[in-house]
Design a protein around this ligand. Structure first.
Ligand code: CP3
Length: 341
């Protein structure tokens, strides 16, 4: 089994730097786009054979060191009966956004075996197909990011409704985050039981908050999720956020093994703020992959030159792969990082 990725998550020495990419299964791959001519993303996710196939594509094409389950952050909500769609080029859209305490009270809990059997089946297929070739990463959104979609009803840039709800109806906000945290814990436990070997919690939009508000309105909930999952000692936990440069020490204070960093801060500075006992992942700007490979190489060199140590470093982008990324660049990048001394 290729344990390079798992070993790096636990800050162990590895023969080379492991690589995987957020959104490595997706639209930049012609093989995926072909499937998308016939199926919507939710249809693919609900057909385990197809979802597993999509997860495996980047392993064969890019030779990355981990697979990620093909799903979306909205799946637990879909399983719990929330009426939603994933609209092409826009993102998740909720039919009846949450506006009040009553709306929060109506949110159902999740019973994975019953509500999302297809997802568990996808994991079973992947475990069989991967045969330990590389580990499988499971994931969920963090409570703030899920709450933001539920309250805004669609992607947003300023999070005004979300933050107003948080400031003015704090009781309902805390109940919402508590219910979402329960849902996320059950969801991730079911992924572990089905076989995933690592977990990433995506708090994609957490950078909309100040450090003070993060600490006050979100951290206790996120912390509970990590504390509960930490009992699985062999499963590394990755905390992902963007725009976190101003609150990294706090963001990293949950009991996670790895912190994922975006490109807005250098890894050297980030690691110093986080503390060297945790592993880090990141942080090339995904837009760079649309440029010439010589420039990409220079920036990868800069990242590696800045690292105070190699143990506990996982190469990734600062956020997901963009749809118009040339596959060739990702193939070359993976090989370049693998050969880097
Ligand atoms: O390869 C992988 O990373 C696994 C699959 C994956 C998807 N979504 C599939 C997907 C993962 C890990 C996600 C997580 C996700 N979904 C996040 C967190 C990661 C991040 O990027 O911050 C978020 C915020 C979402 C919500 C979401 N779903 C958005 C913003 C979009 C893009 C909408 C668009 O069309 O531009 C989606 C749709 C989505 N999820 C796609 C994929 C491959 C693209 C649309 C499609 O294929 O139909």
């Amino acid at each position: 089994m290729n344990t390079t990725f798992l070993d790096a998550c636990f800050s162990k020495k590895t023969p080379y730097t492991p690589v995987w990419y957020m959104r490595q299964a997706g639209r930049y791959l012609p093989e995926y786009r072909k499937l998308k001519e016939r199926y919507t993303i939710l249809e693919i996710i609900k057909i385990p054979e197809l979802a597993a196939k999509v997860s495996l594509q980047p392993i064969d094409i890019l030779h990355v060191d981990a697979a990620i389950l093909f799903a979306d952050i909205m799946i637990p909500l879909l399983g719990a009966g929330v009426d939603l769609e994933i609209v092409e080029n826009i993102g998740p859209v909720i039919k009846h956004p949450i506006q009040s305490l009553e709306d929060v009270q109506k949110l159902h809990s999740l019973e994975p075996q019953q509500d999302i059997p297809y997802l568990l089946e996808t994991i079973h297929i992947l475990m069989k197909e991967l045969k330990g070739k590389v580990p499988l990463i499971g994931f969920s959104a963090a409570p703030f990011t899920l709450a933001s979609y539920l309250i805004e009803g669609k992607p947003t840039r300023d999070f005004i409704k979300t933050k107003s709800f948080m400031y003015t109806d704090t009781k309902a906000w805390n109940l919402l985050l508590q219910k979402l945290s329960d849902m996320i814990i059950v969801y991730l436990q079911s992924q572990i039981n089905a076989g995933v070997q690592a977990l990433q919690l995506f708090d994609s939009w957490i950078g909309a908050l100040s450090e003070y508000d993060y600490q006050k309105y979100v951290l206790p909930h996120t912390k509970r999720i990590f504390e509960t999952l930490k009992k699985h000692e062999t499963i590394p936990l990755i905390h992902f956020g963007t725009n976190t440069a101003g609150m990294l020490a706090t963001f990293a204070s949950v009991p996670c093994d790895v912190v994922s960093i975006d490109w807005r801060i250098s890894l050297a500075k980030a690691w110093q703020k986080i503390g060297y006992e945790k592993a880090i992942q990141g942080n090339l700007d995904p837009v760079l992959l649309l440029s010439d490979f010589s420039l990409i190489k220079t920036q990868v060199d800069t990242i590696f030159d800045s690292l105070p140590k190699k143990e506990g470093y996982i190469f990734n982008l600062g956020h997901g792969v963009l749809p118009n990324t040339p596959v060739e660049n990702l193939m070359k990048l993976t090989e370049y990082v693998h050969n880097k001394k």
